[in-house]
Design a protein around this ligand. Structure first.
Ligand SMILES: Cc1cc2nc3c(=O)[nH]c(=O)nc-3n(C[C@H](O)[C@H](O)[C@H](O)COP(=O)(O)O)c2cc1C
Length: 370
């Protein structure tokens, strides 16, 4: 199949993209002391920048209480803003665009990652299975403390402030991380939200947190420079919802009224065509496409051929690649020319140094054999 559909221009807010191969947000845990982005990160992102290509920078906590992975960069101090400016400038020098993903992990954390070693927060006191990454290594997620109603405005404000600081750093836009079982997703899905106040219960209430964050961020950036990421059927982080079609259908319908840069949808990791008409069946981009009229980025397990097919059928405008971008700094060129891809090394995904980060070869460079 021709790769052409991936290499036609498209529009994201005020930006003309030259191609539709997007770099997915990827937590790599290589920031410096104080969660400050550094030169190594600037080199990594610059390697992956292309003229008119979109990078969504890694999930970045907007608050010291939003961490679940030691070594993630933050966006709440001046030093972090200055560090990010170096990254952004390096990407802009290559003609690329870069959005920052704004993050709060909620319950996917542990007191070791919290200021004062307090408990992490969540909509309700329900624990997730899995591990956070402390300085000392993996630690099982802790039982979270349910947020009081009066605390919620401060968290929304931290997203607004993070958006403002991202603007100071020179980013082209921001993405609200509403996916993968982190705090906004914990509010959205009824498996993790047992509240009975204005932020829990019916979907109109459960969606309020994400929608208010999105509005707060838009108040900083204006329409067209704010994306939202959702993962409607992912069970990562012990997530589940009794009716994902209704939940995510409602969210997409509401987001459709906000003039977003894009909706970013993590596809369920299943093969073939799924039915979305029955209760708890996976919700995929084809369904959300019927409710959301702006640009859509699809992500999750795509290869060149499946990406081309999805864009060709019109279900998505762009496709984000994660692991393939880790291992292939020049992924867009490789997809364009249908060249073989480097394979990724899972052991160096999280934390460490340049190894497995900035040393993957470009086309034509020898592949290191160690
Ligand atoms: C090492 C690693 C780190 C990730 N970090 C993030 C992140 O910070 N934010 C996010 O939304 N998704 C994150 N993801 C998910 C990816 O963005 C993407 O959705 C996922 O890897 C599936 O796409 P792929 O099959 O092309 O890799 C991460 C995935 C990996 C492998």
């Amino acid at each position: 199949m021709s790769n052409q559909p991936l290499f036609t221009p498209t529009q994201v807010g005020p930006f003309k993209l030259e191609h539709r191969v997007v770099m997915a947000p990827l937590t790599r845990m290589r920031s410096s002391e104080g969660n400050v982005p550094n030169e190594l990160m600037a080199e990594y992102y610059a390697q992956r920048a292309t003229q008119g290509g979109l990078i969504i920078a890694e999930a970045t906590p907007v608050s010291p209480y939003g961490f679940g992975y030691a070594g993630s960069p933050g966006i709440f101090t001046q030093a972090q803003v200055d560090g990010w400016r170096t990254v952004v400038n390096a990407v802009h020098e290559k003609g690329g665009l870069i959005f920052l993903q704004l993050w709060h992990v909620g319950r996917q954390s542990h007191p070791l990652l919290q200021p004062g070693n307090i408990d992490p927060v969540a909509p309700s006191a329900i624990k997730a299975d899995g591990d956070a990454y402390a300085e000392t290594g993996p630690v099982a997620f802790a039982m979270p403390r349910a947020l009081a109603l009066a605390e919620i405005p401060d968290i929304i404000e931290s997203f607004r402030r993070g958006a403002e600081l991202a603007k100071d750093a020179g980013f082209d836009g921001v993405e609200v991380h509403g996916a993968n079982g982190y705090l906004p997703d914990q509010f959205l899905q009824d498996g993790t939200n047992r509240r009975n106040d204005a932020y829990g219960g019916p979907i109109e209430h459960r969606a309020r947190f994400l929608l208010e964050i999105t509005q707060a961020v838009i108040s900083v950036w204006g329409q067209g420079r704010v994306g939202v990421r959702l993962s409607p059927s992912s069970s990562y982080g012990s997530m589940h919802d009794s009716n994902p079609k209704a939940t995510f259908g409602y969210v997409a319908t509401q987001l459709d009224t906000m003039g977003l840069a894009y909706l970013h949808v993590v596809e369920p990791r299943i093969k073939g065509n799924e039915t979305i008409d029955e209760g708890a069946k996976p919700v995929a981009v084809q369904y959300l496409r019927t409710l959301f009229n702006g640009p859509i980025i699809a992500a999750g397990g795509f290869q060149r051929e499946s990406a081309v097919a999805l864009v060709s059928e019109g279900s998505a405008d762009m496709v984000a690649f994660g692991r393939a971008f880790i291992a292939n700094p020049d992924l867009a060129r490789r997809l364009h020319d249908d060249l073989p891809l480097n394979t990724y090394d899972r052991d160096t995904f999280y934390g460490g140094d340049a190894a497995g980060y900035t040393d993957y070869p470009f086309v034509g460079e020898p592949v290191a054999t160690t």
